[in-house]
Design a protein. Structure first.
Lengths: 274, 699
């Protein structure tokens, strides 16, 4: 299962209505007005080891049917491979397969059909903390606006975004209630707090994405890169393989943060994340 | 829930779904709750606790003979070799068993799985060869990629181990901050760069250098020789953005109230202005991302003056001017209230289209931008810091192309200023666009000097490259002080202003009570200023014909309604608007241009009052013998009688499109008579009003 498959729990809504309705939205306008910033920390797509064979066979990240929007969609996050950061230790916690993370060029976000400032799959949780009149479409960002603008609007650096350290004391005008709601969401100012998915910028593509020339790094367990087919493909993509020690993931404390650390190290090594 | 002390490993989960590799043991408590657990590791070897999980749906194996594990005891480890029973053993036994399998053929072409085994189990004697093989496996994708992996997976853990080996605890604040955030190591240009929060003491540096020398000794083939250790302090402060900071706009227009949420460009705004437009809500973002603009214009409508005043607070530390767009030229109480609370200087601009259309509403900003940004002029001691003549101001413009002379346009602007509550003697600046009208600049200065305290006019350069040039009219712009607008003053201002307007136009006007005596070298007449309908003086009796130029009294309406002027001018007195004083050129029959303007302004509607006045003027043309019959047979007596009838509309109406800028077309339906018994069509009257009087063509 693709762990990035956001929006799976949302209410049903017609796709065309969803996109058409975002024009002129307060949040989108706020982001549109944000500064253009240089640099970037890439686009990430996390998938299970078990899905790797499919990726290798097609050379693409394939869109998948999203029953919520009744459309084939492909999900990414900007920079941070959002996944629950803390092991909650609950009886329903899933172990899940070891994770692979594809790190793609920033320009992949230019192909976005929709951008949201959080993991849409978690919206049903955030929604409880928002005013009841808000819905997910209120948080849409114009697809032409790069996710960097969201980062620029609420953070002082890419690293702050990556490590979820929003700028404190931002002056949000009283009339910008939706923007303020989001700011409170990412700064823990709501009556509930949420895991890092609430601040992971989500990018949705309507087309599958051929990886050649687009992927700059593939992170996964060391042993996965013993597969010559995978290694040959990574070399063909022009990407860098980056392995991690799988047994570290056997410790619950590592499950959430390990991939986050591995991607951060990769981005830091490559000069993307200072 | 109380953590169980003893568990049984009942199965294992294969997290890679591959036929070979580490598996994660799954435990059950044996309390009949069917709950699955995983062990929480302390180091690799001990169990620090058990955490509940859901039983994985796929890729699990179950053990027929479960192995027990105890909290605080030795951890259990599992490994799957192809076509073999799962290996499940306590840590030390697992290490021993796996150490003997590292040369298995099945691992021969799996150098990276072998790396995980050797690294995890700490099989030191096998590390040099295993690390070397793993390094070269990654080097297939490039040596740099392999080196970066090496630094993360080998260099950093070994240096950190060396650092902590003898320490009772981790470096300071490591409990609160994950170790990854306080220690990083990588080799850059042959040097080992260790980033440590807070830097390192000499002892720590020596320890790290010693550890690196040991690394070089043990793994000479994958690390560069002769590298030195460099310790960096505080490397984890995030680097701020490199913002693509746009050049600050010369002018930032900030919209408030209902002007917000409109299009983001102003049609017609001169691009040389480098003007940025944003809504007030976007101002905080703007201030974060760009340097301060040269000028901020905070723009709102008069009806939303409270919103404008509140928004002004947000710009009080900026070089900002509040611009109030008004649809009413008359001074209102809200103007006074706004001036009382606004922390910003202000300019009111009359915009007849109001805010209905965004572009039209904002287009009048351009001259203000031209004046404040692009116009060089001498500073005056009384100017505010933006170069405005006063703290609160009014901007007025007049098209100078259609004006017959400088006095006419100056009077027109002056009259509008007076109607807007400007006091005579107010400070004013005058601007004229180039290429200007034929009138010399100093003409405008001399004329406005009669009404206001104005300086020498300033010429505004209009760039030929401006795309709006072809649409741009040549304008005279008046920027005038609008302080001291108390309602009790307005009436006095008007009276004094009318006196000065007459002087601008070349008349002598002397106040005598409520009346003026107006004169030039050749004539003299009385005038009175009326602000309300009730002040209009009653006429003495029935009049056979309108007074026109023979009128004994000139009634000057401050708040003129066209209908009132048209009705009045068919009576004994002559009625004009304040603005019409500009048309009263001494030594000329000025009544006719005034009446022409009242009747034939472009927006004129064919109302009854206009029809009756047009009939009266047509009759005057006949009486003055300024008519021409284009066809024979009409009885001038009957035509004149019809035109002079009090209810002339019984015989007369406007022809379709009967009022143009050049003439008025009237359709006359003559009463039936014997001499008109034939079937000839009714006559069409074409009335022109020239500067020297009316002319009538009867067709």
């Amino acid at each position: 299962m693709d762990v990035n498959c956001g929006a799976r729990d949302l209410f049903r809504v017609r796709w065309s209505d969803y996109v058409a309705g975002m024009v002129g939205k307060q949040f989108g306008k706020f982001i549109h007005a944000a500064p253009a910033i240089s640099g970037g920390i890439g686009v990430t797509h996390v998938t299970d080891c078990a899905n790797l064979d499919g990726v290798l066979a097609s050379g693409k990240l394939e869109k998948r049917w999203c029953p919520v929007f009744e459309k084939d969609l492909l999900y990414f996050f900007y920079g941070r491979p959002a996944y629950r950061s803390k092991w909650d230790g609950g009886a329903t916690s899933n172990l899940g397969y070891a994770r692979m993370c594809f790190i793609l060029r920033d320009e992949v976000a230019d192909k976005a059909a929709r951008i949201l400032p959080f993991d849409s799959g978690g919206y049903k949780h955030y929604q409880r903390a928002f005013h009841h009149t808000l819905d997910i479409a209120d948080f849409d960002v114009e697809p032409a606006d790069h996710p960097r603008k969201i980062v620029a609007a609420f953070y002082e650096s890419f690293a702050d975004y990556y490590w979820m350290q929003p700028a404190l004391g931002l002056s949000i005008p009283l009339s910008q209630t939706i923007v303020d709601s989001y700011y409170k969401l990412i700064t823990g100012g709501l009556k509930e707090t949420f895991d890092d998915r609430c601040a992971a910028i989500e990018i949705q593509l309507e087309e599958s994405l051929p990886l050649t020339g687009e992927v700059i790094g593939v992170i996964g367990p060391n042993s996965m890169f013993d597969d010559p087919v995978l290694m040959d493909q990574i070399i063909a993509w022009g990407a860098e393989p980056r392995g991690y020690q799988l047994p570290r993931m056997f410790n619950p404390a590592e499950i959430g943060g390990r991939l986050l650390d591995e991607v951060a190290r990769f981005l830091s090594d490559r000069g993307y994340l200072a | 829930m109380t953590e169980p002390l003893t568990m049984k490993a009942v199965g294992a989960f294969n997290p890679t779904a591959r036929p070979i590799g580490f598996l994660q043991p799954l435990f059950a408590g044996g309390h009949g709750d069917n709950q699955t657990y995983i062990q929480r590791l302390e180091g690799w070897s001990r169990i620090g606790g058990f955490d509940a999980v859901a039983w994985p749906e796929r890729d699990t194996v179950t053990f027929a003979d479960p192995t027990a594990a105890t909290l605080g005891g030795e951890s259990l480890w599992a490994f799957q070799f192809p076509d073999e029973p799962l290996l499940l053993l306590p840590w030390e036994d697992f290490r021993t068993a796996m150490a003997g399998r590292t040369t298995d053929a099945v691992l021969a072409d799996r150098p990276l799985l072998l790396f995980d085994i050797v690294q995890t189990l700490g099989l030191e004697d096998q590390k040099p060869e295993t690390f070397d093989r793993a390094f070269h496996a990654y080097a297939r994708a490039g040596r740099a990629a392999a080196e970066r992996w090496r630094d993360k997976e080998i260099l950093e853990p070994r240096l950190l181990d060396a650092l902590l080996r003898d320490a009772a605890r981790a470096p300071s604040d490591s409990e609160a901050i994950p170790i990854r955030h306080i220690f990083q190591a990588r080799i850059v240009d042959g040097a080992v760069r260790v980033a440590m929060r807070g830097g390192a003491s000499p002892a720590v540096s020596m320890k790290l250098e010693r550890a690196y020398r040991e690394i070089l000794t043990r793994f000479p083939d994958i690390f560069p020789r002769g590298g030195r250790v460099e310790i960096e302090n505080a490397p984890f402060t995030p680097a701020p953005f490199k913002q693509e900071t746009p050049e600050p706009a010369a002018v930032t227009v900030v919209l408030v109230g209902k002007l917000c949420n409109r299009q983001l460009t102003i049609p017609g705004l001169d691009p040389r202005s480098s003007t940025e437009i944003l809504d007030i809500d976007d101002l905080p973002m703007h201030r974060r991302r760009v340097s301060q603009s040269q000028l901020y214009l905070l723009v709102g409508t008069q009806s939303e003056w409270r919103v404008l005043a509140a928004a002004a607070e947000q710009l009080s530390d900026l070089p900002a001017v509040a611009v109030m767009l008004t649809v009413s030229s008359a001074p209102l109480l809200r103007d006074v209230e706004f001036q009382g609370v606004s922390p910003l200087p202000s300019v009111s601009i009359f915009t007849p289209s109001g805010s209905r259309e965004h572009g039209d509403a904002l287009r009048p900003l351009q001259p203000l931008i031209d004046i404040l940004i692009h116009t060089e002029r001498p500073r005056k001691p009384v100017m505010d810091r933006h170069g405005l003549p006063a703290r609160h101001n009014l901007l007025l413009r007049a098209d100078v192309r259609t004006a017959r002379d400088a006095a006419e346009v100056c009077c027109r602007l002056g009259a509008r200023a007076l109607r807007s509550g400007i006091r005579p003697g107010a400070r004013a600046d005058v601007f004229i666009e180039r290429p200007s009208h034929a009138s010399p600049l100093d003409d405008y200065g001399r004329l406005f000097g009669v009404l206001f305290a104005s300086g020498y006019p300033t010429q505004i350069d209009v760039p030929p490259s401006a795309p709006t040039l072809s649409r741009r009219l040549r304008h005279l712009t008046l920027l005038v002080e609008r302080n001291d607008m108390g309602p009790r003053h307005v009436g006095d201002h008007i009276i004094e202003g009318v006196e000065r307007l007459f002087a601008m136009r070349g008349w002598q006007a002397k106040r005598e009570g409520a009346h003026f005596q107006v004169s030039d070298e050749h004539r003299q007449f009385s005038a009175i200023v009326v602000e309300r309908k009730e002040e209009i003086p009653a006429e003495e009796g029935q009049l056979a014909r309108p007074g026109f130029g023979r009128a004994p009294l000139l009634v000057i309406h401050v708040a003129a309604r066209r209908e009132a002027l048209l009705i009045g001018n068919r009576g004994e007195y002559c009625h004009i608007a304040l603005d019409d004083i500009g048309q009263m050129r001494p030594g000329t029959p000025w009544i006719w241009p005034v009446l022409r303007r009242q009747l034939m302004i472009p927006s004129a509607r064919p109302m009854l009052a206009a029809l009756r006045l047009a009939a009266a003027i047509a009759a005057e043309a006949i009486r003055l013998d300024r008519y021409e019959l284009l066809s024979e047979g009409w009885s001038m007596g009957r035509i004149l009688s019809a035109l002079e009838a009090k209810d002339c509309e019984r015989f007369l109406d406007f022809a379709p499109n009967g009022i143009t800028r050049r003439e008025i077309l009237l359709h006359l339906r003559l009463p039936q008579s014997e001499e008109a018994a034939d079937d000839r069509p009714d006559p069409i009257l074409r009335l022109r009003i020239d500067d020297d009087g009316p002319t009538l063509l009867i067709d």
